[in-house]
Design a protein around this ligand. Structure first.
Ligand SMILES: [Zn+2]
Length: 134
């Protein structure tokens, strides 16, 4: 089990921009290429303003997905295809289709999030590791 922790000490709530305080840590599964599973401990924060909970994710994970970002990106970029010889080590065909559908449905939201995230990074002038709060 690996503990994942950002080098940033202060996080802002993505809902209301309130200050987030560390609450606890929780396990998170990371599925890697070849179906290998790894357990990570990620930090959970609570907003001091709106009281919502947010998980701190390392850049190798995608929200609400067990597979690591590299595998999902491979499917979305069509580097990993269902017909590949070693596709049995990858997600099922229906999982790949669900990811593609989710990506198409959320593309505009993702682009807005990236722009907001870049603005926030520029405002804080933080050049440390790229972690994000969801
Ligand atoms: Zn908040």
């Amino acid at each position: 089990m690996f503990f994942v922790e950002s080098s940033e000490n202060s996080h802002l709530c993505p809902v209301c921009q309130g200050i987030l305080r560390y609450r606890d840590s929780r396990p998170r599964i990371r599925k890697k290429e070849g179906g290998v599973k790894e357990r990570l401990m990620i930090r959970r924060f609570r907003c001091q303003n709106c009281h919502s909970y947010h998980n701190e994710l390392p850049d190798c994970l995608v929200p609400y997905k067990h597979y690591e970002a590299e595998v999902i990106a491979g499917v979305l970029d069509e580097v990993i295809l269902p017909g590949d010889l070693d596709s049995e080590d990858y997600p099922s065909f229906s999982t790949m289709l669900r990811w593609l559908q989710w990506f198409r449905e959320n593309l505009q939201r993702i682009e807005v999030f990236i722009v907001k995230y870049k603005c926030r990074k520029l405002q804080t002038k933080n050049v440390g590791r790229c972690n994000y709060i969801l």
